[in-house]
Design a binder for this molecule. Structure first.
Ligand SMILES: [Zn+2]
Ligand SMILES: [Zn+2]
Ligand SMILES: [Zn+2]
Length: 184
């Protein structure tokens, strides 16, 4: 029996699958679509009401889905490591200022993997789950595509990019009370 981890939810803003155990400001990519007048915005991931709780399988067993996924301890998303950059919304660096507008030019350091390994189910797998999850080619995080086609906000303020993604499904557990991530 595969080990499943509870405590995952979908962020209303970035539509990523994020884990509740990371708790600090500046972690959701939604902040990069907002005004920076008066300083950088501080936006944490936000769950819906009621919060849908998801389960993700741990380990490397290909019978459970696609292995190789990791959890980012900075932005709390599930992401797929690669050699090319994996820009993390929680790891922005200001490298200059834009001409004429009070917005910084940002670069992003890579997601930070912890030691845990995760397997993400394929959408057509017999194990089932909520369909509509995709991998973002830009930030490499797992995100949900809404029925409206909305894909959620990616690092830098644009939308996630599902180009080349597999189709994934995530196991739904139970609703929980809605709340933003608490500070540690
Ligand atoms: Zn978010
Ligand atoms: Zn990250
Ligand atoms: Zn993205």
């Amino acid at each position: 029996m595969a080990e499943v981890q509870a405590g995952w939810f979908q962020c209303l803003f970035c539509q990523c699958l994020v884990h509740e155990s990371v708790s600090r400001d500046h972690i959701c990519a939604v902040q990069y679509g907002q005004s920076w007048i008066g300083g950088p915005p501080t936006t944490a991931h936000m769950s819906g009401t009621p919060r849908i709780n998801y389960l993700v399988t741990r380990g490397d067993d290909p019978a459970e889905g696609q292995p190789g996924w990791r959890w980012c301890t900075a932005c709390s998303s599930l992401f797929f490591p690669r050699k090319a950059p994996t820009p993390c919304p929680a790891r922005a660096r200001v490298v200059g200022m834009m001409q004429g507008v009070p917005r910084p030019i940002l670069e992003f350091d890579a997601h930070v993997a912890d030691g845990a390994h995760y397997v993400v189910r394929w959408q057509d797998s017999p194990q089932g789950g909520q369909p509509g999850w995709r991998h973002c080619r830009h930030c490499t995080s797992l995100f949900f595509v809404r029925e409206s086609g909305e894909q959620g906000i990616c690092v830098g303020g644009g939308s996630h990019d599902a180009t080349g993604s597999g189709n994934y499904a995530i196991q739904v557990d139970s609703p929980r009370p809605s709340r933003p991530l608490l500070r540690r």
